[in-house]
Design a protein around this ligand. Sequence first.
Ligand code: GLA
Length: 393
Amino acid sequence: MATVTMTSQEKVREAFKARFGAAPHLVARAPGRVNLIGEHTDYNGGFVFPMAISRAAYVAIGPAEGSQTTVQSVQFRETDAFPAGDLERTGTWRDYVRGVVAIAAKLGLEARPCNLLVDGDVPLGSGLSSSAALEVATFTALNAYNGWGLPALDIAKLSQRAENDFVGVNCGIMDQLVSVFGEEDCALFVDCRSLEFRPIPLHLAENGVQVAILDSEVPRTLATGGYNQRRQECEEGVALLAQALGRDLDALRDVSEAEFAAHAQVLPMPIRARVRHVVSENARVLRAATFLAAGDVTAFGELMDQSHDSLRDDYEVSCEELDLLVSLARNTQGVLGARLTGAGFGGCAVALVRSEALPALQAALDGYMRQTGLTPAIWLCNAASGASVSPIS
Ligand code: GLA
């Protein structure tokens, strides 16, 4: 007998019906992401090169009776309910939905009271942007349901604002942008200052390689980590270099490698090391995108390795477990490059692997289990498309 499996969207629709007693009007989907290279460059006005992944957040929406909005989380088995008006932070998953509702209200976008059911399969707290996916899916659902007609770029920017102003994490635009604009089989080369982006085909099959996500199983929390502190150190670097260079600087994006080398001594540690990471990482992203477009996966992998070393030594956002995972991967023949991905402080690494080397990589990860007692998950992923809406007929 043939097995009929439900898609994630269908599951969410059914869960909505079971919870609220009627079918939703629509289901919005927004993917998580893995960043191939370009870490901690987005809030420095620089370049990033992420791809959306097939794991996503889903938000089903339908009308509510009365004046309350009710949110049911399938993953947390918890409910949130609030009236229109001032919303308070809770320090929980609720803030990603509340934050979007609050930002929309601030802009005068009128939201009808509604029922929302949220679910997803982006692992939480692993550096694959489960929070951005939930914000973008919520914004996409509210936008379609209320007929706001917001352009896609606004959804990315406002989702980032929800995270900055409501959740309290001063993140850049990368995660929300790729969750909205990701394209199948492509990574997005993004200029985070102009917000211009270019999808670059990955040609993984033609190149005989795969993108593997390696989960260290060490949870990370952006808000309590050193993320906001790193941002501040970069701003201090901008101020000191502007003085030394004798010109206005908006962001570290405006500092070339040669300028950094000539003026590095005006920067105290650890600011000097932070700036060295950002300046060199921007240069790596530019080269990496060119290598990939030319099909030079070996050179691309080498830049991934350099990126990790710089994040470990200069930006200091790695941890022992991530370093171990990355070094086990790199010591496997056929692994072209490996690095931590996302903010760091735990979470996932990403590796570029020749397809025939996957069993060897899997075997190498046994060493991780032996040394840490943690079981690293490994996922092969293809680049997925960005946020979408499925109306319910
Ligand atoms: C997190 C943030 C992004 C970006 C990365 C680091 O994912 O949300 O804006 O700064 O960290 O590259």
